[in-house]
Design a binder for this molecule. Structure first.
Ligand SMILES: [Zn+2]
Length: 380
């Protein structure tokens, strides 16, 4: 019997001793089919008194907690490797914290723009937030596959999990990652800081606003994509991609739809490139909102940039949202650390960083590259 079922039994016991038959009935229903009852938000708390409500929310908390812990998104990469990669990716702002200066040793720490962040169960937290670690979900470095995950080979369990994670109820309740770490990393506490960090440039003929970290890389992507229009192997698909009205959205201060987490568009490290008049699928949530069974739909229903273009973005440190299970095929975000940890060769052009291949990185600082990779990834 797992912890979750145990909680339900404790809950049921309390109801049996304290409540009327109405509540007993609803608790029995919970035990019989806990997943659907809880995840779909089908608990009618109106029939329960205040104590019962708090008991139920504790149960849900517990469940969310467990799911966060057991998520396959993290765990592949050790915190020490994540920190090592951040040191290489952002050498001008990320520094090591010597053991002697870390009051919470053996918890690992990293210094970003002068602030120490400590690893507390996968959350990278400032000194004052250490005690509040349960409020946050872990700072995931997710597995990023070579190929688009194929919906046709999803198991029933994977489909069930994705349905659950995609539900409005789950996304609303999912804890955010600790925003302080991203604020320090991107040097943006609020909207007014953006003047220091965001640069105006053009991508594929459209104006974009981009974080200075990603600026040079984005311009290099553009240059290499344009170069493909002279390459006989790729020119047809790339010209088509560039011609069919690519709209480019970049910086805007917002949270991810239906969640509490801040989108990377808020920090200016994400761009959306899409075909203006395409009727094809681009974003899982739009599909879901149209009541389409998007989890089982084949990749062919989606609008995707040519693979040759995706590869150029990846080479310069941009993750493509089309490889997420919760896909967003127009979305590219500058996250070289994710690519490097997943074994991709990345050329870093930002500031003082030197272009190095992943193998060179690995040799230089002895990162153990992951051997087996899983693909589950939630919306970003
Ligand atoms: Zn986007």
């Amino acid at each position: 019997m797992n912890k979750y079922i145990m909680c339900l039994f404790l809950l049921a016991t309390q109801i049996l001793f304290a409540q009327t038959s109405v509540e007993v009935k609803s608790a029995v229903a919970l035990i019989e089919d806990p997943t659907t009852q809880i995840v779909d938000g089908a608990i009618n708390t109106n029939t329960l008194n205040a104590t019962m409500e708090s008991n139920i929310s504790n149960v849900i908390e517990e469940k969310t907690e467990e799911e966060d812990e057991s998520s396959v998104e993290d765990g592949e990469f050790s915190v020490s490797n994540i920190f090592k990669t951040l040191l290489i990716t952002y050498p001008h702002i990320v520094k090591t914290v010597p053991k002697a200066e870390n009051p919470h040793h053996p918890d690992l720490a990293i210094n970003v723009r002068g602030i120490n962040f400590y690893n507390v169960n996968g959350r990278f937290l400032s000194e004052e937030e250490r005690k509040n670690w349960k409020k946050y979900t872990s700072n995931t470095i997710y597995s990023y596959p070579r190929e688009i995950p194929n919906p046709k080979i999803r198991t029933k369990d994977e489909i069930k999990l994705m349905k659950k994670q995609g539900s409005k109820y789950y996304r609303k309740r999912k804890k955010p990652t600790y925003y302080g770490f991203h604020r320090a990393l991107y040097g943006m506490k609020n909207l007014s800081d953006t003047n220091n960090q965001i640069m105006k440039t053009r991508l594929f003929g459209k104006q974009v606003l981009i974080h200075q970290f990603a600026h040079d890389s984005l311009k290099q992507v553009e240059k290499e994509v344009y170069a493909l229009t002279n390459d006989n192997d790729y020119k047809a698909e790339v010209k088509k991609f560039l011609k069919e009205g690519t709209i480019v959205y970049s910086f805007f201060w917002r949270t991810i739809a239906g969640s509490k987490s801040r989108s990377l568009h808020s920090y200016g490290v994400a761009v959306d490139v899409l075909e203006e008049n395409s009727k094809k699928a681009m974003y899982w949530l739009w599909r879901q909102n149209q009541k389409i069974d998007w989890i089982r739909e084949p990749i062919s229903v989606r609008w995707n940039p040519p693979n040759s273009v995706v590869q150029i973005f990846e080479k310069y440190g941009f993750v493509w949202g089309g490889k997420w299970n919760f896909y967003d095929t127009m979305h590219f975000e500058y996250k070289p650390e994710i690519l490097i940890l997943n074994g991709y060769d990345v050329t870093l052009l930002n500031q003082q960083a030197i272009p190095l291949t992943t193998e060179e990185f690995a040799n230089q600082i002895k990162i153990e590259l992951p051997t087996n990779q899983t693909e589950t990834q939630t919306n970003k």
